[in-house]
Design a protein around this ligand. Structure first.
Ligand SMILES: C[S@@+](CC[C@H](N)C(=O)[O-])C[C@H]1O[C@@H](n2cnc3c(N)ncnc32)[C@H](O)[C@@H]1O
Length: 287
């Protein structure tokens, strides 16, 4: 059995346990399979540089501003980097789960020794005072301050149900001021391919929705949306897309050859190759 098949099997078993117990074991597994924090910091720093580059192009400064993050994840690295490189005043971060732990905060802190952050002395999590963390909170139901400059997400939207993507953006559109920009970094590829190099980054597109729902679980949910799906959701709500960039796949690469060997499901055949293959999407929305 290949690694991704074993992982699918384990996650499917955990998915059938009562939620609390399932998440307990899932956290244990995640901790054991964590990549080195150095490589995570490097990847996050690349993302912050990308964000900085786009914001600079649009003359948007985050200095002394408040930013909202959707999907805090496991480590508060993006908030630390937003503070260090972009000088934000505050970052309010929401997650439907609670993945931060004091151990993770401490290991992140180790990498930012050069910056003098003030830390809270809390009975729960000892986060720096510029981070407001709202775990177990779906942003759709949150009361978002209007005095923010940017709503940001990194590698989150692909894990959100399409109806929730629509609802959260309807909320942003109706409740927030025009000066608020929204920037999403989206990874629409099959995440199983990161750990199994024999698998295509588009492998999951060969399955029908029913088949894919038997493979994925609440722990590794991926909506498989392609670029045109995202564009349609945002435009239908009324957003302007003022910046869009994404990776393309050259036809002389192994990635492309693996894609060509797939029998793409009819649900995706309405899209052209460029639309299906669009990877690492970065999209800026404005009212
Ligand atoms: C793959 S992780 C990415 C975390 C982090 N942004 C990063 O770059 O490492 C996706 C995170 O989004 C969270 N998430 C999924 N749906 C969400 C939603 N509707 N609102 C807030 N967070 C959500 C998950 O719990 C998970 O922590």
């Amino acid at each position: 059995m290949k690694y991704h098949q074993k992982k699918t099997l384990v996650l499917n078993i955990l998915d059938k346990l009562p939620s609390k117990l399932g998440y307990y074991f899932y956290h244990l597994i995640q901790r054991r399979t964590f990549k080195s924090i150095d490589s995570i910091i490097t990847a996050n720093t690349r993302s912050v540089k990308k964000v900085e580059h786009i914001l600079t192009k649009f003359n948007i400064s985050l200095k002394n501003q408040t930013v909202v993050e959707i999907g805090s994840g496991w480590l508060p690295i993006m908030p630390f980097l937003f503070k260090k490189h972009l000088n934000v005043t505050k970052i309010i971060t929401y997650d439907i789960n609670k993945h931060y732990t004091n151990k993770n905060i401490l290991s992140t802190k180790e990498f930012f020794k050069d910056v003098n952050f003030k830390f809270r002395n809390s009975s729960d999590l000892n986060l720096p005072d510029f981070i407001d963390y709202f775990p177990k909170t779906n942003i759709i139901n949150a009361q978002i301050e209007n005095d923010i400059r940017l709503i940001f997400s990194r590698f989150v939207l692909e894990h959100v149900k399409p109806i929730d993507i629509q609802k959260m953006h309807e909320k942003f559109y109706t409740e927030l001021d025009e000066k608020v920009k929204i920037l999403h970094l989206i990874s629409p590829s099959d995440h199983r391919a990161y750990s199994n190099k024999t698998l295509s980054y588009y492998d999951f597109l060969k399955y029908s929705q029913i088949e894919w729902d038997k493979i994925q679980t609440k722990f590794d949910y991926h909506n498989r949306l392609r670029l045109p799906h995202y564009i349609k959701i945002f435009k239908d709500i009324g957003f302007k897309i003022t910046h869009l960039e994404y990776d393309t796949t050259n036809t002389d690469t192994d990635k492309y050859l693996k894609y060509k060997q797939l029998n793409i499901h009819s649900d995706y055949q309405k899209f052209n190759e460029k639309e299906i293959l669009a990877g690492s999407i970065c999209i800026l929305l404005e009212k």
